[in-house]
Design a protein around this ligand. Structure first.
Ligand code: PEP
Ligand code: MN
Length: 338
């Protein structure tokens, strides 16, 4: 439930409500909006009516949250969340572009990619150092050496960085080197890992699971936020359907659906959604038009030599032309792009 305090409520009144809720076992989250303060309370719904909250001084109204996810719901917080990754803000007017190779493969590969995507207007550099591959015989990533290269590329270009973690050990390492942690589609329901990234406090890029409903995806985000980490960005990356003409099916309607149900930003990954280079640009354009807060695009200096996801990776030249197209689309939907 959300307790909306009235404009004149003072600290003692806020505290009294808080104490009453805590006494009955509710977990409290205070949100200070521009105009008013609301107290989010997660706990046993059945006791709410017996608490007499409406009658307490300073309380304007009580709004129950019927959804299974609470902290990430729109009912809990009406304003869009702005997630800061160092100097980059996701969820505001800017459409934030994350770009880089699927995997970090070498110093030269990553630094070349970083310079080129930055030049084209990307603001976050991606690169996997721990790759959750379908086959155990495929390239598994450079691990800590890859993370070091991400840190070096960030220092040189000023780009902030995101990388995927696959377990607690990779999380601990990644926290030392990068600015944002990615939870991949295959780990979206790894609840212990979600709790750990929640405790870390670092911004999290949470991909939608291969077969996850939007509700399950938002429940995964709730795991992170319930540990006190509100810095979650959702990423639609395509879901499994009967259609096999594309690697996955991009669920673009997830963008407005999520925006209706949650205050968290949502970005789109047209690379994994389609699996095919030729389809990345049209889906990226559509995502911006649909209101996505950002894009995640795989770019490789030499896609034909990529150790993973080459067929869906753009060349730096293709990426640069795509950015030029997006710069025309963004203003038409009231947004800006780097
Ligand atoms: C990736 O971003 O490289 C990746 C493996 O994505 P996903 O988890 O969406 O498959
Ligand atoms: Mn990939």
């Amino acid at each position: 439930m959300v307790v909306v305090m009235n404009l004149k409520a003072g600290p003692e009144q806020i505290n009294a409500v808080r104490q009453r809720l805590e006494k009955f076992g509710f977990e409290i989250h205070i949100i200070r909006g521009v105009n008013r303060l609301v107290i989010g309370a997660v706990g046993d719904r059945r006791v709410i009516s017996s608490l007499g909250l409406e009658a307490m001084p300073g309380v304007e109204k009580i709004v129950p949250i019927m959804k299974p996810y609470k902290l990430v719901s729109r009912e809990f917080k009406g304003q869009n969340s702005l997630i800061k990754v160092k100097n980059v803000v996701i969820g505001g007017d800017d459409v934030v572009v994350i770009a880089g190779p699927c995997a970090v493969e070498s110093r030269e590969q990553l630094l070349t990619a970083a310079r080129m995507v930055r030049q084209a207007g990307a603001v976050i550099l991606r690169g996997g150092a721990f790759k959750p591959r379908t086959s155990p015989y495929s390239f598994q990533g450079m691990e800590e050496d890859g993370l070091k290269l991400l840190a070096e590329a960030s220092a040189e270009t000023g780009l902030v960085t995101v990388t995927e973690v696959i377990d607690e050990a990779s999380l601990e390492l990644a926290l030392e080197y990068v600015d944002m942690i990615q939870i991949g589609a295959r780990n979206m329901q790894n609840f212990r890992l979600l709790r750990s990234v929640g405790r870390s406090g670092k911004p999290v890029l949470l991909k939608r699971g291969l077969s996850a409903t939007i509700e399950e995806w938002l429940m995964a985000a709730e795991y992170v936020v319930s540990e006190g980490n509100e810095n979650v960005v959702l990423c639609e990356r395509g879901i499994r359907t009967f259609e096999i003409a594309t690697r996955n099916t991009l669920d673009l309607s997830a963008v407005p659906v999520v925006k209706g149900q949650s205050h968290l930003p949502v970005i789109v990954d047209p690379s994994h959604a389609t699996g095919e280079r030729r389809l990345v640009a049209p889906m990226a354009r559509a995502a911006v038009a649909a209101g996505a807060d950002g894009l995640l695009i795989e770019v490789h200096p030499e896609p034909d030599k990529a150790l993973s996801d080459g067929p869906q990776s753009l060349t730096p030249e293709d990426f640069s032309s795509l950015m030029a197209e997006l710069r025309k689309i963004a203003p038409a939907v009231g947004r800006r792009i780097g």
